[in-house]
Design a binder for this molecule. Structure first.
Ligand code: FBP
Length: 568
């Protein structure tokens, strides 16, 4: 069948757009086309004149003294809230603005809608303004690579997944030279504002830029937006990062399918590693959506100081009990960052980080002498592929690239070894067949759910209003998300209030404190109260694909609902 829509400019479905010549030709499916014109509701505060009200002064998430020293121009700023106001105070300056926007870090569904939200806000509230998109992430700011985002340019990306409108990158603006490059770019472009759409590291960078620009009395203001499928950039005022909802629903569909496969063949244990570099929010949410037999939550492993052997024994124990019940199959969810949570592996990684930071790795393996005795034993015990993966280069922010560490394969090997021992002593008599899966990149660019599409649009709209009112160093925050969209709140939270200091590349650096799974939080407690039943009986749920209309289309994920319920 002919595609209904061809972005080379051919208009098959009767939709008329003017794609810029520079765009890579691509073809849209009927569903994608139908999403372009999906109308997005806005919080009601945007439907009438509004003003911005400041809250009380803020502090930091940890180590306030250090953060105050690092951000002398921004520390202590109040948060901002948009409130309807019919008085004259409500009128924000109608000055035309020049604004730049950058997508930073890993893809997350909804990023295009943040850009559309900024664009539409400027069109509506500061007519004649110009929006520029920096290409390829923060490197685009440093190199001055940007494109003007016009109505025609942004149109085909409305409600679409991916970051391909301007693309993203993981470069960090770090050295004095790089800050100077950023300064030169925004000065040349005469920018009033810059919106950084990113995760914890990118928003830390946004805050450093805001501090730098303000310290130099420059007019360019910087506003962040909470993006990451990992769901670990959140606080009381920033209830969730965008992309988490869509990614979890995509993975849950796939997990549900694998569950039915397991039940149908009756012979496979599916080990599914799920993205989420540090926190286990995605794994927990997918467990709540699908009810797997075993779910490992990294934060619990860390809290209970479990070893790799403990985790393996737990899995083996459930497999043996299920065999007694006649089940020789199952589904096991593992967070991508698991090994980083195991205290003995954490110690190993931190020693490796120091060694790698000093560049002391020789081919003969003499560098291993710098490891402590216990750490060396653990390193030698790990399968060679995992050893190699642990030695891979860190990302520009100093993190181990856990997406490249095949923990699910390592666990299969370790479980196999333990079950072989049990077979020898006669306590396990079945065949064990592990199948490994990694669900990661598949979830980062899907069509955003109704929730993510609307949330992102509001975040972008909010970012536009914060810039117009002269704010800097805030992250756009939209709240009251369990209520209908009209009742959502819109404002900005000081980035410094989310900060702490951490050791990276062997030095103390300011970072936005990651929000980890709380073992006392409502989502974990709900999971913990049901996991035993899920382990031994089959309570699988297959949620099916994301819906845009009808049943389930407006459902909010369990994590957000349970957290909001617990807060209320
Ligand atoms: P962000 O924190 O930048 O949103 O990225 C998160 C993530 O998707 C992780 O879940 C994953 O570990 C990582 O990115 C993969 O990085 P890369 O895209 O560089 O392979």
């Amino acid at each position: 069948m002919a595609s209904p829509y061809d972005l080379t400019g051919e208009n098959i479905a009767g939709i008329s757009i003017n794609p810029p010549a520079s765009r890579v030709p691509s073809v849209y499916s009927e569903v994608q086309v139908s999403r372009i014109d999906h109308a997005l509701p806005l919080p009601s505060v945007f439907k009438s004149p509004f003003k911005i009200v400041d809250g009380p002064p803020s502090s930091a998430a940890g180590n306030s003294e250090e953060i105050a020293k690092l951000f002398p121009n921004l520390y202590g700023q109040p948060s901002a809230l948009l409130v309807s106001d019919q008085s004259n105070d409500a009128v924000l300056s109608d000055q035309k603005l020049k604004v730049g926007v950058v997508l930073s870090g890993g893809q997350a569904p909804g990023g295009h809608n943040v850009i559309c939200g900024i664009f539409d806000y400027l069109q509506e509230h500061a007519k004649g303004s110009t929006l520029f998109g920096f290409r390829g992430g923060p490197a685009g700011i440093m190199k001055g690579k940007y494109v003007e985002l016009t109505s025609d340019f942004v149109y085909p990306y409305r409600n679409q997944g991916g970051f391909d409108m301007i693309c993203s990158g993981r470069d960090k603006i770090e050295t004095p030279e790089q800050f100077k490059q950023a300064e030169d770019t925004v000065t040349k472009m005469d920018l009033d504002g810059l919106v950084v759409i990113g995760g914890d590291d990118s928003n830390t960078n946004a805050c450093l830029l805001a501090e730098y620009f303000r310290g130099k009395n420059m007019k360019t203001r910087v506003i962040g937006c909470p993006k990451t499928i990992d769901g670990d950039l959140k606080s009381k005022e920033v209830p969730t990062s965008f992309g988490f909802d869509t990614a979890c629903k995509i993975y849950s569909e796939m997990i549900g399918n694998v569950m039915i496969d397991a039940r149908s063949t009756g012979k496979y244990y599916h080990f599914v590693r799920l993205m989420g570099r540090a926190a286990s929010h995605i794994t927990l949410e997918c467990a709540l959506q699908t009810h797997p037999n075993i779910t490992i939550i990294g934060e619990e492993v860390s809290e209970k100081k479990l070893t790799l052997k403990n985790v393996t024994d737990y899995i083996v124990d459930v497999i043996c009990k299920r065999a007694e019940n006649g089940y020789n199959y199952g589904v096991i969810l593992v967070p991508e960052g698991l090994i980083d949570f195991i205290p003995e592996v954490q110690e190993l990684i931190s020693e490796l980080n120091e060694i790698l930071a000093q560049g002391n790795v020789d081919e003969e393996g003499q560098w291993k002498k710098n490891l402590k005795e216990e750490t060396l034993k653990l390193f030698e015990f790990l399968p060679q592929t995992i050893q190699e993966q642990l030695m891979l280069e860190r990302d520009p922010h100093g993190n181990v690239q856990v997406a490249k560490i095949e923990t699910e394969k390592m666990l299969i090997q370790m479980v196999e070894t333990e079950l072989e021992k049990k077979k020898k002593d006669g306590s396990y008599k079945r065949e064990f067949m592990g199948k490994s899966h990694f669900f990661g990149y598949e979830g980062r660019c899907g069509l955003p759910t109704n929730f993510d599409a609307t949330y992102c649009y509001a975040l972008g709209y909010g970012a536009g209003s914060l810039l117009q009112s002269g704010k800097t160093g805030l992250i756009s925050s939209v709240g009251n998300l369990a209520a209908p969209v009209e009742k959502w709140t819109v404002g900005g939270t000081p980035l410094t209030s989310l900060m702490d200091v951490e050791r990276r590349h062997g030095k103390f650096k300011p970072v936005i404190k990651k929000a980890m799974v709380e073992l006392e939080g409502a989502p974990f407690k709900k999971f913990a109260s049901q996991r035993e039943e899920w382990a031994l009986k089959n309570r699988y749920i297959s949620p099916g694909p994301i819906q845009f209309k009808g049943p389930g289309s407006d459902a909010i994920n369990h994590t957000l609902l349970l957290e909001l319920g617990a807060q209320a």
